[in-house]
Design a protein. Structure first.
Lengths: 218, 483
């Protein structure tokens, strides 16, 4: 049995079919890149795994537990033990970098002292400990990417979902963040599911690449 | 380029001058009048006011009434706004518009309705209504829609990505508390300050329910005693409180000007087993605050004789009401849109200095806020692209901003029209004899008119007010839901 199993999942938005009986198996600590043109359903896969969308047909199983099946979210997003870096990063603008990272730890009732230590450690790991009190609009594009990555990882999830997070960066910054990401993955051992339409990003990060087209893996 | 800047600046300063004339000049004149007697400087009006045994209780009553009304509106309106914006509550749209009805009617209609209700219950209920409790009940049901609608709109504007990011690590209570509400706070705080100021300045309800407040004293000095100095002196403490309220709001909103990339589609909360109890609770609220008083008010309105007399008594005042409100709404919409446009274009600092004038020009603050909220949804790059293609400011305004803001403009016009149509104090103060609009005429006829005729007049007024509300329900899009 694989760590993540997506079994014949379908999802439509009105008339548009985003996913058509898609099946996908992902192993623990794998680095899977979903690669394909815009609108092929890559982001929908991530959102279904995260619990932000509900499948119309089929089921999703994570670590042996059915988390969603036809029309029902059986496990809410916050209980799925995953982190996500959104395409537009979605850093909360009213919070500082520290507060952005603390939010998830507070929600999981991590002791304050331990939470602060984990935030400092994670910011150190992404080279942003000096920006701890900055708000998102005071950060550069690259810094925002790293804060989003740190926020997704600070609660030490088993799965990290990334939705084209590097698409707005130049090649040099892309390589730097991809290298950081690989280092973090080998340190924490999370399963990485990464969505991109950029072949070079896929080559940099993947241990396996799945090509998608019209809501199916081809 | 030079010409562009000049045109923009001329229009900007013209708008500021208009708002200053409408908002600040009356305050200045009022302040000057309050320190003049027979052409000489004097502080006698203030001395008399402060030493008067009535001043402190009246001032205290005004503050207490405003605080209690604001508290009730905040405690009910904010959760109601959240519920209607984010949950799968049955009939939520119908409930929301039903609760909005008292806002579009002159405030004393609800008081009149409650008076009819308590007349059937007995003396104890009547004693309670004609006092502090009754005033809070009536003003809360009248101003509740402000906190509810602004909370609803602010929450719909929050970018759902921020909530999605929070949902990955937290349940809904944590997401609402730490993400949704802080990001909606500017709109919610604005609504609370607005309710406080409106409740504190309200004249017709405390006057009808015989609860003594400073606005009632000021109006009595003005209209009955013709003592303008004493009337303005009594109004100055209210203006000072309003000023403090605006300062508090401005301080709170500093650094909280959030721009969202995608708005209008919200993540929804499934109420599950709470769905039926909450629907029943909301229905009970609608019945208690809207259906009960208004059905009591309109119960006698439909007899042909009463309707005939009402039509005769109303005369041209119906046309005047609609015409004045329509003209005022058009001016307010244009002014509000231009001010919102300047704020969006980075002239916030210049305009911040005129915040008080915006508030004192009352409804201009509403149209400006509505326009700004709509304009924030249009990417600045669209205007920048127009600028790069060589279009002057006026051309960009008429060819880009206005066509993209049609819905915003319609909403601003309708909101201004409703607010002008229901306004009582301005109508009472400014209308010449025989030239009064309907809401002022009803108030004067209430003293000696037959109740069925008054009910019919109220019904005519309600129809004139509810037509734009019905249009608004069609213009404002229902929320988009991401399930």
């Amino acid at each position: 049995m694989s760590y993540i199993e997506v079994d014949r999942v379908s999802k439509s938005f009105g008339e548009r079919v985003a996913m058509n009986k898609l099946s996908l198996h992902i192993e623990r600590s794998e680095r899977l890149v979903l690669f394909g043109p815009s609108g092929c359903g890559k982001t929908t896969v991530l959102r279904l795994l995260a619990g932000l969308e509900i499948p119309e047909q089929g089921s999703i199983r994570i670590d042996g537990r059915v988390v969603a099946s036809a029309g029902k979210n059986l496990v809410p997003p916050e209980k799925r033990d995953l982190g996500m870096v959104f395409q537009d990063l979605a850093l909360w603008p009213h919070m500082t970098v520290q507060q952005n990272l603390m939010f998830g730890l507070n929600a999981r009732r991590v002791q304050k002292r331990e939470a602060e230590a984990r935030v400092r450690e994670m910011l150190q790991r992404v080279g942003l400990e000096h920006r701890i009190d900055a708000k998102s609009h005071q950060l550069s594009g690259g810094e925002q990417q790293r804060v989003a990555l740190a926020r997704a990882l600070v609660s030490r999830p088993s799965i990290l979902l990334m939705d084209e997070p590097l698409s707005s960066l130049d090649d040099e910054r892309k390589r730097a963040i991809a290298s950081d990401l690989l280092g973090l993955q080998s340190q924490f051992g999370f399963t990485l599911i990464y969505v991109t339409h950029d072949r070079s990003e896929a080559d940099m990060l993947a241990s396996r690449v799945c090509q998608m087209r019209d809501g199916r893996v081809v | 380029m030079g010409r562009t800047v000049r045109t923009e600046n001329i229009v900007l300063w013209l708008c500021i001058a208009l708002v200053a004339i409408a908002g600040l000049v009356p305050i200045v004149v009022m302040a000057v009048e309050s320190v003049r007697h027979n052409g000489h400087f004097t502080l006698d009006h203030y001395r008399e006011l402060i030493s008067s045994a009535r001043f402190r209780p009246l001032f205290g009553n005004s503050i207490q009434l405003a605080l209690a009304t604001t508290t009730v509106c905040g405690l009910i309106g904010v959760p109601a706004g959240i519920l209607f914006a984010k949950s799968d509550l049955s009939l939520r749209s119908g409930f929301m518009w039903l609760l909005t009805v008292p806002l579009v009617l002159p405030p004393y209609f609800v008081a009149l309705g409650w008076a009819r209700v308590v007349a059937r219950i007995g003396t104890i209920a009547s004693d309670w209504l004609f006092g502090f409790g009754g005033c809070v009940l009536v003003l809360s049901s009248v101003f509740l829609p402000i906190t509810m609608l602004l909370t609803f709109a602010s929450i719909l504007n929050v970018d759902r990505r921020f909530e999605e990011a929070a949902r990955l690590v937290s349940g809904w209570p944590g997401v609402l508390r730490r993400v949704t509400l802080p990001l909606s706070a500017p709109g919610i705080v604005f609504s609370i300050v607005l309710v406080f100021l409106l409740a504190m300045g309200e004249l017709s309800v405390p006057s009808f329910l015989r609860y003594p407040t400073l606005p009632v004293l000021s109006f009595t000095q003005f209209a009955a005693s013709y003592n303008f100095g004493a009337a303005t002196a009594a109004a100055v403490p209210l203006a000072a409180i309003a000023f403090v309220g605006v300062l508090v709001e401005s301080a709170f909103l500093r650094d909280r000007d959030y721009t969202f990339r995608s708005t209008g589609q919200t993540l929804f909360i499934s109420l599950r087993h709470w769905k039926s109890p909450l629907a029943a609770l909301t229905a009970a609220l609608c019945f208690a605050l809207v259906i009960l008083p208004l059905s009591a008010l309109f119960a006698d309105a439909f007899s042909p004789a009463a309707m005939h007399e009402a039509m005769q008594r109303a005369g041209a005042s119906v046309v005047r009401s609609v015409m004045y409100s329509a003209v005022a709404a058009t001016i307010l919409m244009a002014l509000g849109f231009l001010l919102g446009h300047f704020m969006r274009g980075g002239r916030q600092r210049v305009l911040s200095a005129f915040t008080l004038a915006l508030y004192t020009a009352q409804y201009c603050a509403v149209t400006t806020r509505l326009s700004l909220a709509g304009l924030m949804l249009i990417p600045t790059s669209l205007d920048e692209a127009g600028r790069l293609s060589g279009a002057m400011w006026a051309r960009r305004l008429f060819r880009i901003s206005i066509p993209l803001s049609t819905r915003t403009l319609v909403c601003a016009w309708l909101a201004a029209y409703i607010l002008c149509l229901r306004d009582v104090p301005i109508a009472l103060m400014t209308a010449p004899p025989g030239g009064d609009p309907l809401r002022a005429r009803i108030l004067t006829l209430m003293a000696n008119g037959a109740p069925p005729m008054i009910a019919s007049l109220c019904l005519i007024m309600a129809i004139a007010s509810l037509i734009p509300l019905a249009i608004l329900t069609r213009v404002i899009p229902s929320r988009g839901i991401i399930e």
